[in-house]
Design a protein around this ligand. Structure first.
Ligand code: PBG
Length: 324
């Protein structure tokens, strides 16, 4: 008498057969590598809470993009650290701003790799919020939209292949889409950070980008971690407004949301394995509590299995190396 369960066990004994029945693939071409770019000549500045990730000068960012491409990664995601910040975040839409300069340099050196520009004002505002702040201390949604659209067209002129608005203002996808179309960038794609949760896991990123809010928090415009149905509604709205890809962020605490958004929208879904998720594995591995490589591959495969077509991760280059 043979129990039916033993059949898969037989298949798993051999590597070839195991591959034959594997349901989920993780490959370098699914990955996006995020980079922090700052002004100044050839240098890199380590980020204490993200071992292995540095703030890069433009020349170093170009070099990293080339390495990513050689490893089979198709896209990088750029975050800018401006020289100066102000109330409105005007560095964001400066044609000579840090992201614009880096985008031009990367596209010139490596035209084949896709450059995705993160679009948000929080790295550029002196108060660290993602938009214009009213006298009541809250972000003015509608006034912010115009600045986001201005930033998008500036990034487009610099040569961005994709723009990824991460600000979470209502109606921004529609406004940005129509502004891009009006300016002649109707082929440029939008990845909407549709379900961006107000998360503790952004901590290391805010150290890296110097974008911790000077007062209050982002709970008025980022989502409540308790809400999944709302995430689905947000994603559907963004698709209606013109998003080509919708994103869920962070990834690991929200695998159910990734699945629901994927099933409900049917469009490509991106998941952002954020800075805190990266830091957690790096710290545990450094302490000898878990094996980095197996843990990372398991985590990223889980994100893919949940329904993510695209995985944005600071581990991307390591993963691409391990998969070679
Ligand atoms: C906001 C933005 C954030 C991240 C990317 N874009 C977070 C925030 O709300 O501060 C976080 C990414 C990460 O943690 O890796 N523009």
């Amino acid at each position: 008498m043979t129990f039916p369960q033993t059949r898969l066990r037989r298949l798993r004994k051999s590597g070839v057969l195991r591959d034959l029945v594997r349901e989920t693939e993780l490959s370098a071409s699914d990955l996006v590598y995020p980079m922090f770019v700052e002004h100044g000549p050839d240098h890199r500045t380590p980020i204490a809470s993200m071992p292995g990730i540095d703030r890069l000068s433009i020349s170093n960012a170009v070099q990293e993009a080339g390495e990513a491409q050689a490893l089979g990664i198709n896209a990088v995601l750029l975050f800018g650290i401006p020289a100066d910040k102000d109330e409105q975040g005007s560095g964001a839409w400066d044609d000579e701003g840090i992201v614009q300069l880096a985008t031009r340099a990367i596209k010139e050196a490596y035209p084949e790799i896709a450059v995705i520009c993160d679009l948000c004002l929080c790295e550029y505002t002196s108060h660290g919020h993602c938009g214009i702040v009213n006298s009541d201390g809250y972000v003015d949604n509608d006034a912010t939209l115009e600045l986001l659209a201005r930033t998008a067209t500036s990034q487009a002129r610099a040569g961005a292949d994709v723009i990824a608005p991460s600000d979470m203002m209502d109606g921004r996808i529609g406004v940005i889409r129509s502004e891009l179309d009006r300016e002649g960038f109707s082929d440029l794609a939008l990845i909407a950070y549709s379900a961006k949760f107000a998360s503790a896991f952004y901590g290391p990123f805010r150290d890296a980008a110097g974008s911790t809010p000077a007062f209050g928090d982002r709970r008025a415009y980022q989502m409540d971690p308790a809400n999944a149905a709302e995430a689905v509604r947000e994603a559907l709205l963004d698709v209606e407004e013109g998003a080509d890809v919708v994103m869920v962020k962070p990834a690991l605490p929200y695998l159910d949301v990734i699945r629901r958004v994927k099933d409900a929208t049917g469009v490509p879904v991106a998941a952002y394995n954020v800075s805190g998720e990266y830091a957690m594995i790096k710290a545990a591995a450094a302490a000898g509590y878990l094996d980095e490589r197996t843990a990372v591959l398991e985590a990223l495969t889980g994100i893919r299995r949940a329904g993510a077509d695209i995985v944005i991760s600071y581990h991307s280059k390591d993963v691409a190396k391990w998969l070679q």
